[in-house]
Design a protein around this ligand. Structure first.
Ligand SMILES: Cc1cc2nc3c(=O)[nH]c(=O)nc-3n(C[C@H](O)[C@H](O)[C@H](O)COP(=O)(O)O)c2cc1C
Length: 157
């Protein structure tokens, strides 16, 4: 199976999650979004895309990567999306929680855009939690990411 994990990461947390997912998937490429090339999409069975949540959204680099995928470019490709995010319970603000409820996180819009390009979701979009704006990852999140990836493999069987 040809699979690719594409991630963006500012402080390194999303990269750690992407690499944990890559290891659990097996022999797959894990690529920073800046180095990902459109040719890599050819013949893919599975594309996993992950981003830090920034202002309720994926990063500009991930948005650009998604926008550059040609229409129908993911026809028949299984897709999965994840993000890293701050738990609403850790947000020390009265204003933010209702906004988070409305605007959400990065993973769902990534999944939606992958589906728009023809991708077939293999698992619901998932978020992994960091402690504070720059991380680190909360305890157990790398293991949860590996479990999520294993679930992808199970769903593909
Ligand atoms: C400018 C900025 C905006 C952010 N916006 C959000 C947000 O809307 N929702 C959220 O849950 N976390 C937000 N965060 C926290 C990021 O999700 C966190 O920095 C990220 O998960 C870390 O991943 P990275 O180490 O891969 O960059 C924000 C952080 C920064 C610095």
């Amino acid at each position: 199976m040809k699979a690719l994990v594409v991630f963006d990461s500012v402080f390194g947390n999303t990269e750690q999650i992407a690499r944990a997912i890559g290891s659990a998937l097996g022999d797959v490429d894990v690529q920073a979004v800046g180095d990902a090339k459109p040719e890599q999409l050819a013949g893919l069975s599975l594309l996993v895309v992950g981003s830090p949540t920034r202002a309720f959204s994926p990063t500009p680099a991930i948005k650009k990567f998604l926008a550059r995928i040609p229409k129908g470019g993911l026809k028949g490709v299984h897709i999965a999306a994840f993000d890293t995010r701050i738990s609403v319970d850790d947000v020390d603000s009265r204003i933010l929680p209702p906004l988070i409820k409305v605007f959400g996180y990065a993973a769902k819009p990534i999944a939606d855009r992958l589906v728009k390009k023809g991708g077939v979701p293999v698992i619901p979009a998932e978020g992994f939690f960091v402690d504070g704006e720059e991380g680190p990852l909360k305890d157990g999140e790398l293991e949860r990411a590996a479990d999520w990836a294993k679930q992808i493999m199970t769903n593909l069987r």
